[in-house]
Design a protein around this ligand. Structure first.
Ligand SMILES: Nc1ncnc2c1ncn2[C@@H]1O[C@H](COP(=O)(O)OP(=O)(O)OP(=O)(O)O)[C@@H](O)[C@H]1O
Ligand SMILES: [Mg+2]
Length: 449
């Protein structure tokens, strides 16, 4: 009797599999996203899920020789910093970012600088013609004999090219445009993206090629394709920034070879993306004191950045006043507003409150609480705060102001940028050329205005 064929269905958003069709994906919650995989697709899936290492015997850890991670520089300081100190041969890095943020520009620029050190780089584009890329390369000064362009969308052709020439670095722009003729599904679909990434990973590990893959992102900001993609690769980076502004941030999300705490900061200029020089002064404008604006200092990896917190407090006609935060945690903003109502009797329940962090940076630590409080009071009272002052401190639920980590580094940066006054939780031990005003309670903030 012939063996009964098993049906397999797969969610086209997250890659979840089921043996029967489901209307709603139990993993990602999308509706009508399950499609049936044919026998060929199921076969490919089986192959891709096989573990590469066929050594089945376990070995005591003490007898295993450690892999030494030898990196090489991309000759781009910011890029190296985010990767944890340089490029690791044989590694696979996924770079996501919204349309037009500058992913192709960044990687072409990096391709040029790597080639300048005598390494062969292949730039595969499934989105643009070689002529278009050449035009960009001219603008970026990335023209180099060792940068090879391939305008191709078929995986098998790319694999042939990789067999023909020994490249040390390969860039794929973008994973969603490449397809394999082994699979019948459309380019960009979950099974295509997974299969192609798996094949590229196999090639990268086998031939010790450092591979960079550009990925489109979805509306919610994650890389389009199955979640498993992020698990498969060694490093995941996100390229962020507002396309209306010149500053762009490259942020590590996962890194098997280094920390993810550093961010790379670039500036989009006519010559393409250049490492932003004198970064600290880019995120705030010292020119004029305005009400609703307060400066703070946050740590981004090993760097201290001065940021401007802006708040707008306006009378509301709505029974449920609006609260909106960009670059700052919305729940934390609500907590601070409740605290201001309770501790200093600001009638904020009748006011709309908007908070924004300038420069497109998302604050992930609580040291900016005090600056948010200062900006809100300043906007409410319509009293400008001098741009010579910074506010650094975490505000607790009881209204206490707490010290934050690396306060010395933050204050040194403030001093270097010509700041005269720092409002902080405790006086630091070090000697500084700026005046420190210790404030231990949020209720005492009102005395500063
Ligand atoms: N001549 C130019 N001078 C300055 N900046 C430019 C110039 N041409 C393009 N840009 C900038 O480059 C950005 C596009 O960059 P790029 O094509 O690298 O983005 P991308 O992230 O690869 O986009 P996509 O997702 O569409 O592929 C534009 O938004 C613009 O800011
Ligand atoms: Mg592009």
């Amino acid at each position: 009797m012939a063996k009964k064929k098993t049906s397999l269905f797969e969610c086209q958003h997250c890659g979840e599999q089921a043996t029967k069709w489901l209307g709603k994906c139990p993993n990602c919650g999308s509706w009508d996203s399950f499609v049936e995989l044919n026998q060929d697709q199921q076969e490919v899936l089986k192959q891709t899920s096989k573990v590469i290492n066929t050594d089945t015997k376990a070995v005591p850890i003490t007898q295993i020789k450690q892999d030494d991670v030898i990196r090489f520089s991309s000759n781009n300081d910011e890029f190296d910093l985010v990767l944890g100190g340089g490029i690791v041969p044989g590694s696979l890095t996924l770079i996501g970012g919204s349309p037009g943020v500058g992913k192709s520009t960044l990687l072409l620029k990096v391709a040029g600088s790597i080639a300048a050190s005598g390494k062969k780089v292949l730039y595969v584009s499934g989105e643009e013609s070689a002529g278009q890329i050449k035009l960009r390369a001219n603008r970026l000064e990335a023209n180099h004999d060792d940068v090879y362009l391939l305008s191709e969308i078929k995986l098998e052709e790319i694999q042939d090219e990789l067999l023909r020439v020994n490249y040390e670095v390969v860039i794929i722009d973008s994973i969603q445009t490449i397809y394999s003729s082994n699979l019948t599904s459309a380019p960009g679909s979950v099974s295509q993206v997974r299969e192609i990434t798996f094949e590229l990973m196999r090639k990268a590990k086998e031939s010790n090629i450092a591979m960079f893959i550009i990925g489109h992102i979805t509306k919610d900001g994650s890389i389009a394709g199955p979640r498993v993609l992020e698990h498969m690769v060694d490093t995941v980076l996100y390229f962020e920034g507002e396309s209306s502004k010149e500053l762009r941030m490259l942020r590590g999300f996962k890194n098997r070879f280094g920390s993810t705490s550093e961010i790379g900061i670039f500036e989009m200029t006519n010559e393409g993306l250049v490492s932003a020089k004198d970064i600290t002064s880019k995120f705030f404008d010292k020119s004029k004191a305005q009400s609703g604006s307060a400066l703070t200092i946050v740590m981004e990896g090993s760097r201290a950045l001065i940021l401007e917190v802006q708040a707008l407090v306006t009378e509301s006609t709505n029974p449920n006043p609006k609260r909106s935060a960009t670059g700052f945690d919305g729940a934390r903003l609500n907590m601070l507003l409740a605290l201001l109502e309770k501790k200093i009797d600001l009638p904020l329940n009748h006011y709309d409150v908007f908070v924004n962090i300038s420069g497109g940076i998302k604050i992930k630590e609580s040291s900016a609480d005090l600056a948010v409080v200062a900006a809100i009071i300043s906007s409410f009272r319509d009293r400008p705060i001098s741009k010579e002052s910074v506010f650094i401190g975490e505000v607790s639920l009881t209204g206490e102001i707490k010290d934050v980590f690396s306060i010395d580094m933050r204050l040194k940066e403030a001093q270097a940028q010509g700041i005269q006054k720092a409002v902080i939780a405790q006086k630091p031990n070090m000697k500084l050329n700026l005046k420190c005003f210790p404030v231990d309670e949020v209720s005492k903030m009102i005395e500063l205005f």
